[in-house]
Design a protein around this ligand. Structure first.
Ligand code: MTE
Length: 319
C-alpha cells in the first residue's frame, strides 16, 4: 500500500520501504540483472524445497484454482502488508512471529442485521465448514502479485448460517484492535482498527473465501492469523486480516483505506488495468519471483465469475 501524502508527512521517511529496497534487503537482487536472475531462480528453488509439511488433513480441492505456479512459501510469508505490524514489507514476519498465540482463545462476533448473531471461539466458528484448498492469483494495489494456495471456506457458507435479514446490504469486517500485541496500532498511520467491507452479493460470490491457512498450514501471524478474508478479483487491501467482527449493515461501510485516501482507495477496488491509481498505472504488475512485468487482467482474470456483479456500473466512477 502507499500512504497518501497527507499522512506520509507525519511519518519518518526511513520507515517506508519500496519494493526495490526490500528486495535488496532480502538479498534477492545482488547487483547486475544477470546475477539477480540467477539468484532469484536459485533462491526460489531453495525456498520451494523449504516449504513446510502441510498440517491440515483431508483438504478438499476447491473449484476456481489457477493452474499457474504458486509463489514460493518463503516469499508469501516474508513479503507482507500488515500495517498493524509495521509499514514495510519485512516487519510483519518479524513482529507477528508470536501472533496471535498470546491472545488465544480468538473470538469472532457476528452481528448486525441478521437473525442468528453469535460470538464464537475460532475453533467453533470454523468447525461446521469444509476446508478447501484454492490457488488464487492475488494482486496488490501497489503493482505486485503472487499466486497463493489458500486454505479456507466460502464466506457464503458462514453468511447462510447467520441468516442476514432484508436490511443487510453490506458486510463489514473489522480487525482486532490491540496496540499491545500490534505495535503498528500505536501510531496513527490508519484510523484503527482496520475495517473493510463488501456488498452483500460480492460477499456471497463463491470466489470469496474466509481463509485460515495457506500452503496446507495454518496462517502465520504475518498473513492474518487466525482468520482473514480473500477476495481475489479485488486489490489485496480488501482482503482484511485477523478478523474479530463480521457485521451485516444497511449502509456502505467506510474502510480504513477509504478514510486515509478516498480518491485513491475506493470501496470497490476491483483489479482494473484500465483505471489507474491517481499516482501510478495499474496496467501491469510484477509477479513476485519474475523479472519482467506482465499485463494485469480486468478483475484479476476472474471476470467470468464476477463481471455480472458490476453490469451497468461505470467502473471509472465506482473505483
Ligand atoms: N489487513 C489488515 N488488518 N491490515 C493490513 O495492513 N494489508 C492489506 C491486506 N489486509 C492489511 C490487511 C494489504 S495492502 C494487502 S496487499 C494484503 O493484506 C497482503 O496480504 P499478505 O501479506 O498475506 O500477502
Amino acid at each position: 500500500m502507499s500512504i497518501p501524502k497527507k499522512r506520509l508527512g507525519k511519518m519518518p521517511a526511513g520507515e517506508i520501504t519500496d519494493h526495490k529496497l526490500y528486495l535488496n534487503r532480502r538479498q534477492f537482487i545482488k547487483g547486475t540483472a544477470a546475477i539477480a536472475t540467477a539468484s532469484l531462480l536459485q533462491s526460489s528453488l531453495v525456498r520451494a524445497a523449504e516449504t513446510p509439511e502441510p498440517t491440515f488433513t483431508n483438504l478438499v480441492t476447491g473449484n476456481y484454482s489457477t493452474q499457474e505456479s504458486s509463489t514460493p512459501f518463503d516469499a508469501v510469508t516474508t513479503y507482507n502488508n500488515f500495517y498493524e505490524f509495521g509499514i514495510d514489507k519485512a516487519s510483519p514476519a518479524i513482529l507477528a512471529a508470536d501472533f496471535p498465540d498470546k491472545i488465544k482463545p480468538w473470538r469472532v462476533t457476528i452481528d448486525g442485521e441478521c437473525d442468528k448473531p453469535g460470538e464464537y471461539d475460532y475453533d467453533d466458528l470454523i468447525r461446521p465448514f469444509t476446508l478447501e484448498e484454492r490457488i488464487y492469483r492475488f494482486r496488490c494495489v501497489e503493482g505486485w502479485s503472487m499466486v497463493i494456495p489458500w486454505v479456507g471456506f466460502p464466506l457464503a457458507d458462514l453468511i447462510k448460517r447467520a441468516q442476514p435479514n432484508s436490511k443487510a446490504k453490506f458486510v463489514q469486517f473489522t480487525t482486532l484492535y490491540d496496540p499491545q500485541q500490534m505495535p503498528g496500532q500505536r501510531r496513527a498511520v490508519l484510523d484503527w482498527p482496520y475495517v473493510e467491507g463488501l456488498r452483500m452479493d460480492e460477499a456471497m460470490n463463491p470466489l470469496t473465501l474466509l481463509s485460515v491457512g495457506l500452503y496446507g498450514r495454518e496462517l502465520l501471524g504475518q498473513n492474518g492469523a487466525p482468520i482473514r478474508l480473500v477476495v481475489p478479483w479485488k486489490y489485496g487491501f480488501k482482503s482484511i486480516k485477523s478478523i474479530v467482527n463480521i457485521r451485516f449493515v444497511e449502509t456502505l461501510p467506510r474502510s480504513a483505506w477509504m478514510k486515509a485516501g478516498p480518491r485513491e482507495y475506493g470501496f470497490y477496488s476491483n483489479v482494473n488495468p484500465n483505471v489507474d491509481h491517481p499516482r501510478w498505472s495499474q496496467s501491469r504488475e510484477r509477479r513476485i519471483g519474475e523479472l519482467l512485468k506482465r499485463k494485469t487482467e480486468l478483475f484479476n482474470g476472474y471476470g467470468d465469475e464476477v463481471a455480472h456483479l458490476y453490469a451497468g456500473m461505470d467502473l471509472k466512477k465506482y473505483i
